[in-house]
Design a binder for this molecule. Structure first.
Ligand code: NAD
Ligand code: 0WE
Length: 261
Protein backbone atom coordinates (compact mmCIF):
# COMPACT_ATOMS: atom_id res chain seq x y z
CA UNK A 1 0.00 0.00 0.00
CA UNK A 2 2.90 2.41 0.73
CA UNK A 3 5.70 0.82 -1.31
CA UNK A 4 8.31 3.34 -2.55
CA UNK A 5 6.82 6.10 -0.39
CA UNK A 6 8.72 8.18 2.17
CA UNK A 7 7.11 9.71 5.26
CA UNK A 8 8.13 11.92 8.16
CA UNK A 9 6.74 10.71 11.49
CA UNK A 10 6.56 13.11 14.46
CA UNK A 11 5.44 12.51 18.05
CA UNK A 12 7.27 9.27 18.75
CA UNK A 13 8.11 9.27 22.48
CA UNK A 14 8.17 5.52 23.21
CA UNK A 15 6.60 2.21 22.14
CA UNK A 16 3.24 3.23 23.66
CA UNK A 17 2.96 6.37 21.48
CA UNK A 18 0.22 6.48 18.85
CA UNK A 19 3.07 7.45 16.47
CA UNK A 20 4.62 4.05 17.22
CA UNK A 21 1.48 2.18 16.07
CA UNK A 22 1.34 4.39 12.99
CA UNK A 23 5.03 3.87 12.15
CA UNK A 24 4.69 0.09 12.58
CA UNK A 25 1.72 -0.14 10.23
CA UNK A 26 3.20 2.21 7.65
CA UNK A 27 6.52 0.31 7.66
CA UNK A 28 4.66 -3.01 7.37
CA UNK A 29 2.96 -1.61 4.25
CA UNK A 30 6.29 -0.74 2.68
CA UNK A 31 6.91 2.90 3.67
CA UNK A 32 10.36 4.31 4.34
CA UNK A 33 10.28 6.43 7.50
CA UNK A 34 12.14 9.35 9.05
CA UNK A 35 11.51 10.30 12.69
CA UNK A 36 11.45 13.79 14.17
CA UNK A 37 11.85 13.78 17.97
CA UNK A 38 11.31 16.61 20.47
CA UNK A 39 14.73 16.51 22.16
CA UNK A 40 17.63 14.20 22.99
CA UNK A 41 15.83 12.84 26.08
CA UNK A 42 13.64 10.76 23.75
CA UNK A 43 16.49 9.29 21.68
CA UNK A 44 17.21 6.28 23.90
CA UNK A 45 13.58 5.11 23.72
CA UNK A 46 13.02 5.70 20.02
CA UNK A 47 16.32 4.48 18.53
CA UNK A 48 15.40 0.77 19.01
CA UNK A 49 11.96 1.38 17.43
CA UNK A 50 13.58 3.14 14.45
CA UNK A 51 16.10 0.27 14.11
CA UNK A 52 13.34 -2.33 14.15
CA UNK A 53 11.48 -0.48 11.38
CA UNK A 54 14.62 0.08 9.31
CA UNK A 55 14.52 3.87 9.71
CA UNK A 56 17.98 5.39 9.57
CA UNK A 57 17.15 9.06 9.94
CA UNK A 58 16.33 10.52 13.37
CA UNK A 59 16.29 14.30 13.57
CA UNK A 60 15.60 16.62 16.50
CA UNK A 61 12.72 19.07 16.06
CA UNK A 62 11.06 21.07 18.82
CA UNK A 63 7.92 22.51 17.21
CA UNK A 64 7.77 25.40 19.70
CA UNK A 65 10.75 26.94 17.88
CA UNK A 66 10.84 28.18 14.25
CA UNK A 67 14.63 27.84 14.35
CA UNK A 68 14.42 24.19 15.36
CA UNK A 69 11.90 23.50 12.56
CA UNK A 70 14.10 25.31 9.99
CA UNK A 71 17.17 23.40 11.07
CA UNK A 72 15.36 20.04 10.98
CA UNK A 73 13.98 20.59 7.47
CA UNK A 74 17.36 21.78 6.14
CA UNK A 75 18.75 18.46 7.33
CA UNK A 76 15.81 16.49 5.90
CA UNK A 77 16.30 18.27 2.55
CA UNK A 78 19.96 17.25 2.49
CA UNK A 79 19.02 13.56 2.96
CA UNK A 80 15.74 13.23 1.06
CA UNK A 81 14.95 14.95 -2.26
CA UNK A 82 11.22 14.54 -1.82
CA UNK A 83 8.64 13.05 0.55
CA UNK A 84 5.16 11.56 0.26
CA UNK A 85 3.79 12.90 3.51
CA UNK A 86 4.04 13.76 7.17
CA UNK A 87 2.28 12.48 10.29
CA UNK A 88 1.71 15.07 13.04
CA UNK A 89 1.20 13.26 16.35
CA UNK A 90 1.97 16.08 18.77
CA UNK A 91 -0.14 17.63 21.50
CA UNK A 92 0.67 19.51 24.66
CA UNK A 93 -0.82 21.77 27.31
CA UNK A 94 0.80 22.64 30.66
CA UNK A 95 -0.34 20.05 33.22
CA UNK A 96 -2.05 22.68 35.44
CA UNK A 97 -4.51 23.29 32.56
CA UNK A 98 -5.69 19.67 32.49
CA UNK A 99 -7.01 19.21 35.99
CA UNK A 100 -9.94 21.04 37.55
CA UNK A 101 -12.73 23.35 36.51
CA UNK A 102 -12.23 24.86 33.01
CA UNK A 103 -13.18 28.42 33.95
CA UNK A 104 -10.97 28.40 37.02
CA UNK A 105 -7.81 26.77 35.68
CA UNK A 106 -7.55 28.17 32.14
CA UNK A 107 -4.99 30.97 31.73
CA UNK A 108 -3.90 33.12 28.77
CA UNK A 109 -0.49 31.46 28.83
CA UNK A 110 -1.91 27.93 29.07
CA UNK A 111 -4.30 28.68 26.20
CA UNK A 112 -1.48 30.08 24.07
CA UNK A 113 0.89 27.14 24.65
CA UNK A 114 -1.84 24.53 24.03
CA UNK A 115 -2.83 26.15 20.72
CA UNK A 116 0.77 26.77 19.65
CA UNK A 117 2.06 23.23 20.23
CA UNK A 118 -1.15 21.32 19.44
CA UNK A 119 -2.52 23.24 16.44
CA UNK A 120 -0.16 25.86 14.97
CA UNK A 121 2.64 23.27 14.79
CA UNK A 122 0.61 21.37 12.15
CA UNK A 123 0.53 24.50 9.95
CA UNK A 124 4.22 25.12 10.64
CA UNK A 125 5.21 21.56 9.67
CA UNK A 126 2.99 21.72 6.56
CA UNK A 127 4.75 24.94 5.49
CA UNK A 128 8.22 23.56 6.21
CA UNK A 129 7.60 20.29 4.36
CA UNK A 130 5.88 21.89 1.34
CA UNK A 131 9.03 22.29 -0.82
CA UNK A 132 9.70 18.56 -0.42
CA UNK A 133 6.15 17.24 -0.82
CA UNK A 134 5.38 15.18 -3.92
CA UNK A 135 2.12 15.58 -5.83
CA UNK A 136 -0.38 13.18 -4.17
CA UNK A 137 1.39 13.58 -0.80
CA UNK A 138 -0.66 13.22 2.39
CA UNK A 139 -0.56 15.04 5.72
CA UNK A 140 -2.19 13.52 8.79
CA UNK A 141 -2.83 14.68 12.36
CA UNK A 142 -4.31 13.17 15.53
CA UNK A 143 -7.29 14.71 17.29
CA UNK A 144 -9.76 13.83 20.03
CA UNK A 145 -13.53 14.05 20.64
CA UNK A 146 -12.93 16.84 23.19
CA UNK A 147 -12.82 19.16 20.16
CA UNK A 148 -16.58 18.93 19.67
CA UNK A 149 -17.91 17.74 23.06
CA UNK A 150 -16.90 18.83 26.54
CA UNK A 151 -15.63 16.38 29.13
CA UNK A 152 -13.97 16.79 32.55
CA UNK A 153 -10.33 17.94 32.67
CA UNK A 154 -9.58 17.96 28.93
CA UNK A 155 -10.28 21.70 29.16
CA UNK A 156 -8.18 23.97 26.92
CA UNK A 157 -6.92 20.93 24.95
CA UNK A 158 -10.50 20.65 23.62
CA UNK A 159 -10.24 24.18 22.25
CA UNK A 160 -6.83 23.43 20.75
CA UNK A 161 -8.18 20.26 19.07
CA UNK A 162 -11.12 22.25 17.65
CA UNK A 163 -8.52 24.58 16.15
CA UNK A 164 -6.49 21.62 14.87
CA UNK A 165 -9.56 20.20 13.10
CA UNK A 166 -10.26 23.58 11.45
CA UNK A 167 -6.55 23.67 10.58
CA UNK A 168 -6.98 20.30 8.80
CA UNK A 169 -9.81 21.71 6.67
CA UNK A 170 -8.02 24.96 5.81
CA UNK A 171 -4.77 23.16 4.95
CA UNK A 172 -6.79 20.74 2.79
CA UNK A 173 -8.38 23.70 0.95
CA UNK A 174 -5.03 25.40 0.52
CA UNK A 175 -2.98 22.40 -0.61
CA UNK A 176 -5.62 20.58 -2.66
CA UNK A 177 -4.57 22.40 -5.83
CA UNK A 178 -1.16 20.70 -5.53
CA UNK A 179 -2.82 17.31 -5.13
CA UNK A 180 -1.86 17.21 -1.44
CA UNK A 181 -4.44 15.71 0.93
CA UNK A 182 -4.81 16.67 4.61
CA UNK A 183 -6.74 14.54 7.10
CA UNK A 184 -7.15 13.84 10.81
CA UNK A 185 -7.85 10.74 12.86
CA UNK A 186 -9.95 11.23 15.98
CA UNK A 187 -8.72 8.41 18.22
CA UNK A 188 -10.42 6.98 21.28
CA UNK A 189 -8.49 7.24 24.58
CA UNK A 190 -5.30 5.15 24.76
CA UNK A 191 -2.89 4.84 27.71
CA UNK A 192 0.17 6.64 26.29
CA UNK A 193 2.79 8.88 27.92
CA UNK A 194 0.56 11.93 27.29
CA UNK A 195 -2.30 10.13 29.08
CA UNK A 196 -0.21 8.81 31.96
CA UNK A 197 -0.36 11.99 34.02
CA UNK A 198 -4.10 12.38 33.54
CA UNK A 199 -6.27 12.04 36.66
CA UNK A 200 -8.68 9.04 36.64
CA UNK A 201 -7.61 7.95 33.14
CA UNK A 202 -8.23 4.29 33.98
CA UNK A 203 -11.88 4.84 34.94
CA UNK A 204 -12.27 6.91 31.76
CA UNK A 205 -11.12 3.92 29.72
CA UNK A 206 -13.68 1.70 31.47
CA UNK A 207 -16.52 4.17 30.86
CA UNK A 208 -15.45 4.40 27.23
CA UNK A 209 -15.46 0.64 26.72
CA UNK A 210 -18.92 0.46 28.31
CA UNK A 211 -20.48 2.95 25.90
CA UNK A 212 -18.60 2.04 22.72
CA UNK A 213 -20.52 -0.27 20.32
CA UNK A 214 -17.48 -2.58 20.16
CA UNK A 215 -17.43 -2.80 23.97
CA UNK A 216 -13.74 -1.95 24.23
CA UNK A 217 -11.18 0.77 23.63
CA UNK A 218 -8.89 0.95 20.59
CA UNK A 219 -5.18 0.12 20.16
CA UNK A 220 -2.38 2.15 18.61
CA UNK A 221 -2.19 -0.58 15.92
CA UNK A 222 -5.82 0.06 14.94
CA UNK A 223 -5.15 3.79 14.70
CA UNK A 224 -1.95 2.97 12.75
CA UNK A 225 -3.79 0.90 10.14
CA UNK A 226 -6.23 3.73 9.40
CA UNK A 227 -3.31 6.17 9.28
CA UNK A 228 -1.55 3.96 6.71
CA UNK A 229 -4.76 3.87 4.63
CA UNK A 230 -5.30 7.66 4.79
CA UNK A 231 -1.67 8.26 3.74
CA UNK A 232 -1.96 5.81 0.83
CA UNK A 233 -3.35 6.27 -2.67
CA UNK A 234 -6.32 4.09 -1.63
CA UNK A 235 -7.60 7.25 0.09
CA UNK A 236 -6.98 9.49 -2.94
CA UNK A 237 -10.55 10.85 -2.73
CA UNK A 238 -10.44 11.81 0.96
CA UNK A 239 -9.25 15.20 2.21
CA UNK A 240 -10.17 17.68 4.94
CA UNK A 241 -11.83 14.80 6.77
CA UNK A 242 -11.90 13.75 10.45
CA UNK A 243 -12.00 9.93 10.64
CA UNK A 244 -13.03 8.40 13.98
CA UNK A 245 -11.08 5.38 15.20
CA UNK A 246 -12.81 5.01 18.55
CA UNK A 247 -14.68 1.65 18.56
CA UNK A 248 -17.79 3.68 17.66
CA UNK A 249 -17.94 5.62 20.94
CA UNK A 250 -18.83 8.95 19.27
CA UNK A 251 -21.84 7.37 17.56
CA UNK A 252 -23.47 6.15 20.74
CA UNK A 253 -25.33 8.38 23.22
CA UNK A 254 -25.95 5.69 25.85
CA UNK A 255 -24.88 2.10 26.46
CA UNK A 256 -27.73 0.37 28.29
CA UNK A 257 -30.84 1.67 30.00
CA UNK A 258 -30.05 1.74 33.71
CA UNK A 259 -32.37 -0.47 35.81
CA UNK A 260 -34.97 1.42 37.86
CA UNK A 261 -36.03 -0.09 41.15
P1 NAD B 1 2.74 10.65 23.40
O1 NAD B 1 3.12 11.31 24.68
O2 NAD B 1 3.31 9.33 23.12
O3 NAD B 1 3.04 11.63 22.18
C1 NAD B 1 2.97 13.02 22.28
C2 NAD B 1 4.18 13.54 21.54
O4 NAD B 1 4.17 14.97 21.44
C3 NAD B 1 5.51 13.16 22.23
O5 NAD B 1 6.28 12.35 21.37
C4 NAD B 1 6.18 14.50 22.45
O6 NAD B 1 7.57 14.44 22.25
C5 NAD B 1 5.51 15.36 21.39
N1 NAD B 1 5.67 16.79 21.67
C6 NAD B 1 5.14 17.53 22.68
N2 NAD B 1 5.61 18.79 22.63
C7 NAD B 1 6.45 18.86 21.56
C8 NAD B 1 7.28 19.87 21.00
N3 NAD B 1 7.35 21.10 21.55
N4 NAD B 1 8.02 19.59 19.89
C9 NAD B 1 7.99 18.34 19.34
N5 NAD B 1 7.23 17.34 19.83
C10 NAD B 1 6.48 17.58 20.93
O7 NAD B 1 1.12 10.60 23.42
P2 NAD B 1 0.08 10.18 22.30
O8 NAD B 1 -1.15 9.85 23.05
O9 NAD B 1 0.66 9.21 21.38
O10 NAD B 1 -0.20 11.58 21.55
C11 NAD B 1 -0.06 11.75 20.16
C12 NAD B 1 -1.22 12.58 19.60
O11 NAD B 1 -2.42 11.82 19.70
C13 NAD B 1 -1.47 13.89 20.34
O12 NAD B 1 -1.84 14.88 19.41
C14 NAD B 1 -2.67 13.56 21.19
O13 NAD B 1 -3.41 14.71 21.52
C15 NAD B 1 -3.42 12.64 20.25
N6 NAD B 1 -4.46 11.79 20.86
C16 NAD B 1 -4.17 11.01 21.93
C17 NAD B 1 -5.16 10.19 22.47
C18 NAD B 1 -4.89 9.33 23.69
O14 NAD B 1 -5.84 8.97 24.38
N7 NAD B 1 -3.65 8.95 23.97
C19 NAD B 1 -6.45 10.17 21.90
C20 NAD B 1 -6.70 10.98 20.78
C21 NAD B 1 -5.71 11.79 20.27
O1 0WE C 1 -4.82 14.66 23.67
C1 0WE C 1 -4.62 13.93 24.62
C2 0WE C 1 -3.43 14.17 25.54
C3 0WE C 1 -3.29 15.64 25.79
C4 0WE C 1 -2.23 16.08 26.75
C5 0WE C 1 -1.88 15.40 27.90
C6 0WE C 1 -0.93 15.94 28.75
C7 0WE C 1 -0.53 15.27 30.04
C8 0WE C 1 0.83 15.70 30.52
C9 0WE C 1 -1.66 17.30 26.50
N1 0WE C 1 -0.74 17.85 27.33
C10 0WE C 1 -0.37 17.19 28.44
N2 0WE C 1 0.53 17.80 29.25
C11 0WE C 1 1.09 17.17 30.31
O2 0WE C 1 1.87 17.78 31.08
N3 0WE C 1 -5.52 12.91 24.86
C12 0WE C 1 -6.67 12.78 23.99
C13 0WE C 1 -5.43 11.99 26.01
C14 0WE C 1 -6.25 12.59 27.11
O3 0WE C 1 -5.73 13.55 27.92
C15 0WE C 1 -6.72 13.94 28.80
C16 0WE C 1 -7.88 13.19 28.54
C17 0WE C 1 -7.60 12.34 27.45
C18 0WE C 1 -8.53 11.39 26.80
C19 0WE C 1 -6.68 14.89 29.79
C20 0WE C 1 -7.84 15.11 30.57
C21 0WE C 1 -9.00 14.39 30.32
C22 0WE C 1 -9.04 13.42 29.31
Amino acid sequence: MLNNKKFIITGLANKFSIASGIAKSMAAHGAELLFLYQNERFLKKIKPIADELGAELLIECDVSSDKSIDRAFKEIGSKWENIDGLVHSIGFAPSDQLEGDFTEVTTREGFQIAHDISSYSFTALAKASLPLLNKNAALLTLTYLGSIQSLPNYNVMGLAKASLEANTRFLAASLGKRGIRVNAISAGPIKTLAASGVKDFRSMLTEYADRAPLGRTVTTEEVGNVAAFLCSDLASGITGEITYVDAGFNTSAMSTIPKTE
